[in-house]
Design a protein around this ligand. Structure first.
Ligand code: F6R
Length: 243
């Protein structure tokens, strides 16, 4: 694991965006894995700036998102498809048909998950996967558990995740309790992973993760310790317990 500590959120975001931009310049048809949530917003803003001011070209890029709330349509303003359209896609020159977000309305979500994974592999696999981390150590929506599922699948969300995500909803009872998420197998197949963490509410989990000398399904992010090419980019607040 390569660990980079940047002074603040802005610098963390610029660093992540510059790694993505360099990769797109080397491979214009990059397959990029994307996350939602608060953490990558600054990275997406910087990518938009690079597109507008420096001509960063997304016309051949393909993206696969990690997850989607189950039961929400793409038009729902709380869906991750909606988030991605408004936070990134509509501001850059990416082809809509090259952007994949799991379908929150899939009738048979587990069969759908297998198709999603096949689609990724057919495109040649994810070159760079961007990840955030939950306060409980989840990545995508792979929550701490006795077992972790490898393929993209339907999962329940833990109370901690529902609480954390309720900040985006009018009330906690509106937060979906299930999601379709890439599995650990899908994520671990990415050629390169960039894990982002910022702010005080990630200090504890990053401290715990970075002093692990074992992997455990109770801390799903610990599986990343087995991946050959992970770059962690944190701001100083998130890195406070990492010494
Ligand atoms: C989002 C996702 C989640 C988030 C995590 C952190 O697509 O897969 O694992 O990355 O919950 O969320 P934020 O960034 O809002 O703290």
């Amino acid at each position: 694991m390569k660990i980079i500590v940047e002074k603040d959120y802005e610098k963390m975001s610029s660093k992540a965006a510059s790694l993505i931009s360099e990769a797109i310049q080397k491979k214009p048809d990059l397959i990029l894995g994307l996350a939602t949530g608060s953490t990558p917003i600054g990275t997406y803003e910087e990518l938009i700036r690079m597109h507008k001011e420096e001509g960063l070209d997304f016309s051949k890029v393909t993206t696969f998102n990690l997850d989607e709330y189950y039961g929400l349509s793409p038009e729902d303003d709380q869906s991750y498809r909606y988030f991605m359209e408004n936070t990134l896609f509509k501001h850059i020159n990416i082809e809509k048909e090259n952007t994949y977000v799991p379908d929150g309305l899939a009738k048979d979500p587990n069969a759908y998950g297998k198709e999603y994974d096949e689609k990724i592999q057919k495109q040649g696999g994810i070159d760079i996967q961007i990840l955030g981390i939950g306060r409980n150590g989840h990545i995508a929506f792979n929550e701490p558990d006795d077992e972790l599922i490898l393929s993209t699948h339907l999962t329940g969300l833990t109370k901690d995740t529902i609480d954390a995500n309720s900040r985006f909803f009018d009330s906690i009872d509106k937060v979906p309790t299930k999601a379709i998420t890439m599995g650990l197998g899908t994520i671990m197949k990415a050629k390169k992973i960039i894990l982002l963490a910022n702010g005080k509410n990630k200090t504890e989990i990053m401290g715990e993760l970075l002093k692990q000398d074992k992997v455990t399904t109770n801390l799903p992010a610990s599986l990343l310790l087995l991946h050959p090419d992970v770059t962690v980019i944190m701001d100083e607040e998130a890195a406070e317990l990492y010494k």
